[in-house]
Structures are given as structure tokens and as C-alpha cells.
Design a protein around this ligand. Structure first.
Ligand code: UD1
Ligand code: MG
Length: 468
């Protein structure tokens, strides 16, 4: 155990000897999916990441994650975290899962056990749980559910002491009517848990080694189980089915939406707002319905986002209007820009201030200078465009020759007429004009007109063919 120069208080001493176990080896049969359950996403982060991040906030010595189903995939999902992985080769139950880790944990530690499929647990409840175990050596988090179906029920005696946890499938009708459930979190002294763990058996309806059976063992050994009531019901909601996942997601989103509204963000309908990541946002912003934000976002002030937009990993300046059905990814948008409706800004694009990007315009890995406009039906890829340039309707930068990508460079104050194709690599100098319909294959100097057009012919008195 870590000791620091005798100045440490008793409580700190206690916390530093806390080991945390997260159980994450199960397949999650009730999800009907090949994906390991704990890798399902809630607000853009895996269930396991949520639990692991909360665990990290509790002062601890070490976090152990028991993995099995989904093997390396599960480990890879947290490859930058400081955790110790312990493999459970066969998923024989939560008690068996804990058994795999115990030999690695010092007998002097306290052990906090968390379930990887209960993602919204909060730090406050866990801290209370850790403290509650200080007296008796065993604390358990419980909650009251109106519909407790599926959870282990907390059985109490006539003096209100916890005497057992009975799993749904093994519960009598009377036990099934109990509304107090096992949240799936407990703290037990390692030494005590070690003395019980090998006595668990799988004589139950699921033929599993239930961790929850240690409660009855505690009673036998006269060890009192200290109950701690969860702060809210949602934080202990287990995710076993897709319906439970979607309920938890909506709850989480609504909480986020109300927090943002409290901070001054206008959200038209909190039940149609989704933030799957981190948002830093200024003031006087308005977000209309069905806007999805993902990854890391930094938004300035006075921005309006119309319905049905997806914005991911992007920085947006002030006074920007994003019209309906636009998609923006991994880009930087300056001040006073107008984007959409139906615009697509793909990764690595940079729009300077006052840029307009209109409907059905796709921009990829390109920069557009100040006041430049591309208002209709264009593809701009691998291009560098200067200031005050106008890109006409239907202009295409032909950046791909079937094997390699090439760059287009367009200077300041250029007028690119409608339906022009710029065959990259190509450069257009400042102040030039590209005639509508031109196919530009050679560089164009500055202040020039480039035109490539077959001469127009008119055939007078032309008679159209007639239907036979
Ligand atoms: C469990 C509890 C139940 C509690 C509920 C709370 C047991 C026996 N039951 O039931 O009392 O009310 O959680 O959500 O503990 N896991 C392993 N290895 C295994 C089996 C499971 O690592 O062999 C992991 C799973 O990946 C999951 C967690 O343990 O993260 C819980 O397992 P799950 O099958 O979801 O248990 P529940 O039926 O929800
Ligand atoms: Mg579960």
C-alpha cells in the first residue's frame, strides 16, 4: 500500500487501497447482436467507456477490467486508458468473472465492483458506497424501480436488514413483487471476498456463478451489508436490451439539453437534440430540431442551426447561419458564414469569414477565402480558393484521375462561370474569368478570360422528326 511520509490522513489511506473491478466479459444475449454489449454507444461513447471514466474519478489504486466476449475489440476500445485487463475465457457468471481478478488484488485492498453495462452511474453514489463499506466491510448500492423486471431483488428481513439478492429467474412470485433492486455495485474488503468466492455455486436457473450470492454468505458470517440508495433511478439502469439502451440514450440527451439551455443555448425541442461528444458553445445560439452534434465541437456566438443538420468535430465562428439538412465534418468555419440548405462540408475544409456555401455544394479538403461564394450544385475538392471569388452553379474541380488526387488553385476575385470543369492539377490566377461551360486543362494567368467552347451553329427552319 502506498504511504506518503506519515502525513496522510486515515481516509486518504483508505481510498488509496481501493481496487476497482469492472465486469465487461458478457456477450449481452438480450441485445440479439454480434457486437459485445459493453461496446454499444451511449451519446457516442461505449457503455464501458462511461463506466471506466466514472471509475477513474474515484481515488483508486488500480482498475481491472474483466473481458471475454469481443476480446481484443473490447481492449482496443480503451487502449489509451490506464487499466489492467483480465480475461474470463468462459462466461460462467458475474461471480466467476470476479474470481478471475481476485488473485491479482492485494488482500488488504477494498474492492469496488462495477458492471460495464450500467453506464450512467455517478461519482457521488460510488463515493458514498466506498465510504459505507468502511464500517462493515461490505456495502451495496440499491434502487427502487416501479418496474423491477430483470433485476436482482433485494430481500430484507423483518428488521430491514439485507439478507439476500434473488435474481429474476430464480425469484418466487413474492420476491418478484419486491421493488428494491440490486444496482450491480458493491464494495467488499478483498480479504472477505476471497473467503467467499470459491464457495459460489451455479445451482440456479441460469447455471451461473452469481456474484450476488455473496450477500447470503455475508449474512451467514454475521457481516452486515450496508445499503446505499442510488441518487437517481436512471444512474443504475442496466443496459440489457436495445430498448433499455435507447431509453438511457434519450434520458442522457435530455439532461444534456437542459444543461445547455440553462447555460443560455436555445434548443427548440430537447427531445430532438443529440450531442454525442463534447460541446463548447458561446451565447445567443439557436439550435432547431433534429440537430446531431458529434465528437469535439467549438461554437462561437449568435449561430443558428436549422433542422436536420449533422455537425461533427468542427469549429464554428460567430454569426453563422447553417440552413436545413447540412452536414459538416472536421472543418473550420469562420465568422458570418452561410451554409446550406443541403450543403456538405467534408473533412479538412476551412471557410474563412463571410463565405457562402449554398445548396447541393460539396466541399472536401479545401479552403475558401474571405467572401468567396459557391452557392449552387458544385463539387470543390482538394482546392485552395482565394478571397472574393465566385464559383458558379455546377462547377466541378476534377481532382481525381482514377488513381491519384490533384490540386486546384484559384486566386482572389476570380469568376468561375457555371458548369465549368477544372481538370486538376490546375491554377487560375487572380482576377481571371472562366467562361461558363469551359473545360480548363491548362493553367490560366491573372486577369485573363479562359473559354473553351465549340462554336455555336444555328440551322434555320429546322423541322423536328415526326412520330411514325
Ligand atoms: C446483474 C445482477 C443483478 C442486477 C443487475 C443490474 C448478477 C448475477 N445479477 O444482472 O442482480 O440487478 O446486474 O444491472 O450479478 N459479466 C461478465 N462475465 C460473466 C457474466 C457477466 O463479465 O460471466 C458482465 C457483463 O458483461 C455485464 C455485467 O457482468 O457487464 C452484468 O452481467 P449481466 O448478464 O448483464 O447481468 P444482469 O442479468 O443484468
Ligand atoms: Mg446487465
Amino acid at each position: 500500500m502506498l504511504k506518503i511520509s506519515g502525513s496522510i490522513t486515515k481516509e486518504e489511506d483508505f481510498k488509496l487501497s481501493l481496487s476497482i473491478i469492472i465486469l465487461a466479459a458478457g456477450q449481452g444475449k438480450r441485445m440479439n447482436s454480434d457486437k459485445p454489449k459493453v461496446l454499444n454507444l451511449l451519446a457516442g461513447k461505449s457503455l464501458l467507456t462511461h463506466v471506466c471514466e466514472t471509475a477513474t474519478k474515484i481515488e483508486h489504486r488500480e482498475i481491472y477490467i474483466v473481458y471475454g466476449c469481443g476480446g481484443e475489440q473490447v481492449r482496443d476500445s480503451l487502449k489509451n486508458s490506464q487499466v489492467t485487463w483480465v480475461k474470463q475465457k468462459e462466461q460462467l457468471g458475474t461471480g466467476h468473472a470476479v474470481q478471475q481478478v481476485l488473485p491479482s488484488i492485494p488482500k488488504t485492498d477494498d474492492i469496488l465492483i462495477l458492471y460495464g453495462d450500467v453506464p450512467l452511474i455517478n461519482e457521488t453514489s460510488l463515493t458514498k458506497l466506498v465510504k459505507a463499506a468502511a464500517d462493515t466491510g461490505f456495502s451495496l448500492l440499491t434502487a427502487y424501480f416501479d418496474e423491477p423486471y430483470g433485476y436482482g431483488r433485494i430481500v430484507r428481513d423483518s428488521s430491514d436488514n439485507i439478507v439476500a439478492i434473488t435474481e429474476e429467474k430464480d425469484a418466487t412470485e413474492e420476491e418478484q413483487s419486491i421493488c428494491e433492486v440490486n444496482a450491480g455495485f458493491m464494495v467488499i474488503k478483498s480479504e472477505i471476498l476471497n473467503s467467499w468466492i470459491n464457495s459460489l455455486n451455479n445451482k440456479n436457473k441460469q447455471n451461473e456463478y452469481y456474484l450476488t450470492d455473496v450477500v447470503a454468505m455475508a449474512v451467514k458470517d454475521n457481516i452486515k451489508v450496508s445499503p446505499v440508495l442510488a441518487e437517481s433511478v436512471i444512474e443504475v439502469q442496466g443496459i440489457n436490451t436495445r430498448a433499455q439502451l435507447s431509453e438511457a440514450e434519450r434520458y442522457y440527451q435530455i439532461v444534456q439539453a437542459y444543461r445547455l439551455m440553462d447555460e443560455g443555448v436555445g434548443i427548440s425541442d430537447p427531445s430532438r437534440f443529440d450531442l454525442r461528444g463534447e460541446l463548447e458553445i458561446g451565447s445567443d445560439n439557436e439550435i432547431d430540431v433534429n440537430v446531431v452534434m458529434e465528437g469535439r465541437l467549438k461554437l462561437g456566438n449568435n449561430i443558428s442551426i436549422a433542422p436536420n443538420c449533422l455537425i461533427k468535430d468542427t469549429i464554428i465562428g460567430d454569426n453563422v447561419k447553417i440552413f436545413a439538412n447540412s452536414v459538416i465534418e472536421n472543418s473550420v468555419i469562420g465568422n458570418d458564414c452561410r451554409i446550406g440548405p443541403f450543403a456538405r462540408i467534408r473533412p479538412d475544409s476551412i471557410l474563412d469569414n463571410h463565405v457562402h456555401v449554398g445548396n447541393f455544394v460539396e466541399i472536401k479538403k479545401s479552403s475558401l477565402g474571405k467572401r468567396t461564394k459557391a452557392n449552387h450544385l458544385s463539387y470543390i475538392g482538394d482546392a485552395e480558393i482565394g478571397n472574393d471569388t465566385n464559383i458558379g452553379a455546377g462547377v466541378i474541380t476534377c481532382n481525381y484521375d482514377g488513381a491519384n488526387k490533384h490540386k486546384t488553385s484559384i486566386g482572389d476575385n476570380v469568376f468561375v462561370g457555371s458548369d465549368a470543369q477544372l481538370i486538376a492539377p490546375v491554377r487560375i490566377g487572380d482576377g481571371s474569368t472562366i467562361a461558363a461551360g469551359a473545360t480548363i486543362t491548362k493553367n490560366v494567368g491573372s486577369s485573363s478570360l479562359a473559354i473553351s467552347r465549340a462554336e455555336q451553329k444555328s440551322v434555320p427552319n429546322w423541322e423536328r422528326p415526326k412520330k411514325k
